[in-house]
Design a binder for this molecule. Structure first.
Ligand code: SF4
Length: 135
């Protein structure tokens, strides 16, 4: 199913991608890069407003609220969602116990593909136990 227009705008703002199935792919990298880009845009926007309206500097606290509401809080929410998703993948999927599974990117490092609940890239054929489980 195609995302709606507002979902696309939100995806761009949150710097997130969607799989072909339409499901949002949350990775640590997109959370960090998205927060950095949003912080840059908010700060540049705040400085631009301050240069056009000198009185705007008296309301510097607005910039803090904007940073919280548009940068840090969305990043915090996405990070919570990311950790929950990784925990769920580790518990429910074969990949969670495989040595080639990279948690931060939810990636199969052997095939360089993202793992999803409905998609195991190797279909289980290349699974190898994690080393720490063998010890
Ligand atoms: S090798 Fe197979 S089981 Fe292991 S992480 Fe990659 S897709 Fe998952």
């Amino acid at each position: 199913m195609q995302p709606l227009l507002w979902e696309r705008v939100r995806d761009v703002w949150l710097f997130q991608r969607r799989a072909q199935s339409g499901e949002v792919e949350v990775t640590a990298g997109t959370i960090v890069y998205g927060a950095l880009i949003r912080a840059f845009l908010v700060i540049v926007g705040g400085l631009s407003l301050a240069s056009f309206f000198p009185d705007f500097r008296r309301y510097w606290w607005l910039l803090l609220f904007t940073l919280w509401g548009m940068v840090f809080y969305p990043a915090y929410r996405r990070w919570s969602e990311f950790t929950r998703h990784v925990r769920q993948l580790k518990e429910e999927l074969l990949c969670g116990s495989c040595r080639y599974f990279d948690e931060t990117g939810q990636l199969c490092t052997l095939l360089d593909e993202h793992v999803r609940p409905d998609y195991i890239p190797c279909e289980g054929l290349a699974w190898e136990a994690r080393r720490e489980w063998e010890e």
